[in-house]
Design a protein around this ligand. Structure first.
Ligand code: KG4
Ligand code: ZN
Length: 344
């Protein structure tokens, strides 16, 4: 399809890849007119993590109200919308299907173009919302519950993955460690809170290096080290120092993320660095990254916490640039649970 001419473009965006049912209206990619998020955290907390089938069922229950809410908050009806966007991967297949089927039905009925968005592209694009001057090229660290990617954003929709996790995602490690020390789900914010009462230097957890790609990450080692440490406490019938564990674990993960990110910054002639994804809401990570960037004279970008964790505004932002490039989807758009960044 030919690239479109630039004019005011309002996009209704839908996100349902995991445990957040979300819809938003975004104008011209960077102006969020509404952002409705219906979280399922209370439901999944009962099970200590996301139960995929329950997530799909909740999306079905809530999707229509969430979309109605997003349109109402934006003061718009479907006729005012230029395109309907939806996350079609990666994520939980049943959860994705709810959003994809809904977006197709709305777009078909309202005769609007449909735009399929990659979830990680959404996370990266969250940085455009509050940083109106940010434009590619820049480097971005995406750290979420399902992904840990160090990405070179060469242009809108143009991504080069420099490094990724070989095992657990950073957020997944936070969630597993939080469960091990009895803090509950989701672990990231709970660890961050607990870490404030602890000493990050009280325990040293390992920082894994991956031999053949210095940009790749591995978090299963630090997670196992925490579990072994806790077992050791139980064996000695000693009290588990939860706050020190949280602080030391958070430091181990943060240090590795900052080291790899700054290695990429130093090896690329790009003076802009951004973070994205749920773990980017972590203040310890943000402060460490900001300081490291400042030291190197690199401009640092991050979304507000509400745009770090899953939301549909970021999907509307990413969709805008896809729409401008003429990348609309057909009526055969399907959920792709393992969709790779940069693939269509
Ligand atoms: O981006 P997101 O909402 O969903 C995925 O795409 O995975 O990320 C959720 C992840 C969870 O693992 C959660 O524990 C983590 O982000 N997270 C945090 C914080 N807030 C959310 N991790 C560390 N510190 C936080 N404040
Ligand atoms: Zn996400």
């Amino acid at each position: 399809m030919a690239a479109r001419e630039q004019k005011d473009v309002a996009i209704l965006a839908i996100e349902s890849s995991c445990d957040e049912t979300a819809a938003a209206v975004v104008r011209n990619g960077r102006e969020v007119l509404s952002n409705i998020i219906s979280s399922q955290i209370d439901l999944h907390t009962l099970y200590g993590g996301v139960v995929p089938e329950l997530a799909s069922r909740k999306h079905i229950e809530r999707m229509n109200q969430v979309i109605a809410g997003a349109l109402a908050q934006a003061g718009m009806a479907l006729k005012d919308i230029d395109a309907v966007a939806v996350t079609y991967g990666p994520g939980l297949v049943g959860a994705l299907l709810v959003g994809v089927a809904e977006a197709k039905a709305i777009a078909y009925a309202a005769r609007k173009p449909l735009v399929g968005v990659h979830h990680i592209e959404g996370h990266i694009s969250a940085n455009y919302i509050e940083n109106k001057d940010l434009e590619p090229p820049f480097l971005c660290l995406v750290v979420s519950g399902g992904h840990t990617h160090l990405v070179k954003v060469a242009g809108y929709g143009a991504y080069e993955i420099l490094g990724r996790t070989r095992d657990d995602a950073a957020g997944e490690a936070f969630d597993k460690v939080a469960r091990a020390i009895g803090l509950g789900y989701p672990g990231g914010p709970k660890i961050e809170q607990k870490a404030k009462e602890g000493n990050p230097d009280a325990i040293t957890f390992p920082k894994a290096k991956v031999a053949d790609n210095p940009y790749d990450f591995s978090f299963s080692g630090v997670k196992s080290a925490v579990l072994n440490y806790i077992n050791g406490c139980h064996m000695k019938q000693a009290k588990v120092p939860e706050a020190d564990i949280a602080a030391a674990f958070q430091k181990a993960v943060t240090d590795v993320l900052v080291e790899h990110a700054m290695m990429a910054v130093e090896e690329h002639e790009i003076r802009k660095f951004a973070i994205a994804g749920g773990v980017a809401a972590n203040m310890a990570l943000r402060c460490a990254m900001e300081e490291a960037c400042k030291k190197r004279g690199v401009e640092f970008y991050h979304p507000s916490p509400i745009f770090c964790t899953d939301n549909a505004a970021m999907i509307g932002t990413a969709a805008y640039y896809e729409y401008l490039a003429g990348n609309t989807a057909g009526w055969d758009l399907n959920a792709v649970p393992n969709l790779k960044l940069g693939e269509r």
